[in-house]
Design a protein around this ligand. Sequence first.
Ligand code: PMP
Length: 421
Amino acid sequence: MSSSTAAELIARRQRALGASYRLFYEEPFAPVRGEGVWLYDKNNAAYLDAYNNVASIGHCHPAVVAAISEQSALLNTHTRYLHPSIVEYAEDLLSEFPPQLDNMTMTCTGSEANDLALRIARCHSGGTGIIVTRWAYHGVTSALAEVSPSLATGLPTASHVRLVEAPDSYRRTADFVASVKAAVQDMQAQGIKPAALLVDSIFSSDGVFSPANGELAAAAQCVRDAGGLYIADEVQPGFGRTGGQRWGFARESVIPDLVTLGKPMGNGHPVAAVVGRSALFDQFGHQQRYFNTYGGNPVSCKAAHAVLRVLREENLQANARDVGSYLKEGLRKLAERHEVIGDVRGEGLFIGVELVADRETQAPATVAAAAVVNGMRRRQVLISSTGPMANILKIRPPLVFARKHADLLVERLDATLNDLR
Ligand code: PMP
């Protein structure tokens, strides 16, 4: 796209869509085609996608394209008619979970999944209180905006919400479990009954953290003791991204009461779900009905089933583990030469690179992070940043990312960091 055409489209977009719509990058990127880990612009220039976790098995994977087109040429309805696709998918998906998690409800988005999970938790507990991390993001509905402080000011937005510290393995200034305990006590002191602890198992918006062994289990126990549920938001880490396990929560022995899924589940097709203990779904289902017009339609189920099969057939979780540790090694080598890299962390192909102005004080290098994200985009590698100070590079490519792609990313990051000096 010539820069004048791009500028014109940006202006029209702003006029038609308004202020909520934000674009990535100083120089917005306009892809027209995707394949595997690559996105192409209209001049056929290839950009290495190290950011999109939705197209998790690779952009436009032929198995998903075929599943969607075959089923949409045949029938697409809803879950009030009997169709095997949702049953077959549910049985297969549930086989990927501990046996206690034996029911599933399908939705269209991660937000709808989290929203439903909160309703189930409130129904079960009789409480309203929700505990989330200080810079959490859980979705777009009114209920979820109240528990997504990263959307705006970072401050609590409702009296039933308590914010807790993420398990920050770099700064180690706060204790996740202690802050969950304090949140439960504070709620109870104010006469608010806890309904749920809702946490992203990789703490992506908080800055990409992995809790130490036992931390999630201890936090979950604390909320359960107060009558609430532990909901694992797996919209980001789920479906093998963390390499060592299918689901982020499974790095520990703790089993959540409810698990929410989204993004990678349909490789770009909007499909999401809540998985959990059938006793909870029964209790909720006997009190109120849930019908989602598009959730669980045959096309979505076929798309999601194709994703699950490809994940297994192409061994993508093992690839995430292998290439993820190879990439982290490469990034750590870069840290030997670039003082601005304070920490390299993450699991599998979900990596955070924290940039700091000073390694001693760990002062966040927010401006440098923005320069790196934009510099990488100019070098045709797509990444972004995360965390309350947006100083943590977020590297989260499709799971078909190979070692040669990791090499390319490291080489271009090296050049981009050299430009900062
Ligand atoms: N939870 C987490 C952790 C997310 O990152 C997101 C999306 N970024 C959501 C929930 C909401 O998913 P959706 O955009 O599909 O509604």
